[in-house]
Design a protein around this ligand. Structure first.
Ligand code: PHE
Length: 344
């Protein structure tokens, strides 16, 4: 006798569990059926009198659970319907495909620097990175540029507030001093990094820029070795037919010193403008390491010789990617940076 009512409770439990609605109307029908004044559970409550004494309390529990299930299901359905209405109101379509994630891009300066590093690494140079805040000794004195040396005026230096010792390095040549005071030859390094000079900011120059320094010290390293290394670099970077020329120059830390030009051509109006009508473009300074520099850093200048070079990155990046104003490279405007997203 009792079993029939227990079965009925089970059935209703299943029905409640499985209930689904898609509209306010259907929600209302659910409410009327299970929670309304004449709801379907009510008659069951009356049946408790007919249940055998032994089953009475179990029946009471079962029917109370049924009522709670109906109430909590109603709240869930109601909340679900509310969410759906909210999403519709805000035009949210959860089945729409996700917007693609924004991918970062390499900065043109990094792209150019990485390419340069790659070329020299294949020749056996390893990367040495050093501090941007330097002391006077590593940036100038060790590099054969003592105080009151006129060459200090070549590079307008940013000093740290209230200090005559601490400065922002004006060139990556300071890394030469760092490496030579801690390692003995053979030394074969390149040093990429940021440098600072107190220059007026314009389309062509900035107070911060990047250089890659190179240093090779061993027994019998010659000017010819340097020239061949730099020719190889130029041809890897700018194509197999690239021509270079070395012009005599002056740096306190190299003797003899030179500046290297690559032949850019004189085909267009722009070629005329960027090469100042010569067709040649200067990309780096170089030379044989001055024996004074070796001595300053504790390397035997009777035994060892070496060459060094330092090149600017921005100029080369601007050439490679046709960028007409250096300031673009430091403003981090995403409309500019995004254009390099597909460059590897
Ligand atoms: N440090 C020099 C500059 O910044 C470049 C250079 C490096 C020249 C090494 C010779 C040797 O202009």
């Amino acid at each position: 006798m009792s079993q029939q009512y227990f079965d009925q409770i089970d059935q209703l439990q299943n029905e409640i569990r499985a209930a689904e609605i898609t509209s306010a109307d259907e929600l209302e029908q659910f409410r009327i059926r299970f929670l309304g004044t004449k709801n379907i559970l009510k008659p069951l409550f009356g049946k408790i009198r007919e249940i055998e004494a032994a089953d009475k309390s179990r029946f009471g529990q079962a029917i109370n659970q049924l009522k709670q299930a109906a109430e909590s299901k109603f709240r869930d359905l109601q909340a679900g319907l509310q969410d759906a209405t909210d999403q519709e109101a805000h035009g949210l379509d959860l089945t729409a495909p996700a917007a693609p994630a924004d991918l970062g891009a390499r900065h043109p300066v990094s792209l150019t620097m990485n390419r340069i590093i790659e070329i020299f690494q294949k020749l056996g140079f390893s990367v040495a990175e050093e501090r941007e805040i330097e002391d006077d000794w590593h940036n100038f004195t060790a590099m054969n540029t003592p105080e009151d040396h006129p060459a200090r005026d070549m590079q307008d230096t940013f000093y740290l507030m209230g200090s005559v010792e601490r400065l922002l390095r004006t060139h990556t040549s300071s890394v030469q001093a760092r490496v030579m005071t801690t390692q003995q030859p053979p030394i074969r390094i390149i040093a990429p990094g940021r440098v600072y000079r107190n220059e007026t900011i314009s389309a062509r120059s900035h107070c911060q820029f990047h250089q890659v320094e190179g240093l090779y010290i061993d027994e019998h390293v010659s000017f010819a070795d340097m020239k061949q290394t730099l020719l190889h670099f130029a041809r890897e970077m700018y194509g197999p037919d690239t021509r270079i020329r070395l012009r005599p120059s002056y740096f306190p830390f190299t003797e003899p010193s030179a500046e290297m030009d690559v032949y850019w051509g004189l085909e267009s109006e722009t070629d005329y403008r960027i090469t100042k009508g010569t067709g040649w473009l200067e990309i780096l300074g170089c030379g044989i390491v001055d024996p004074n520099v070796l001595d300053n850093c504790g390397i035997d200048s009777e035994k060892y010789t070496g060459f060094a070079f330092g090149m600017g990155i921005e100029r080369q990046a601007m050439l490679k990617y046709n960028i007409s104003d250096i300031r673009w490279l430091f403003e981090n405007d995403v409309r500019f940076l995004r254009q390099f997203a597909s460059v590897v």
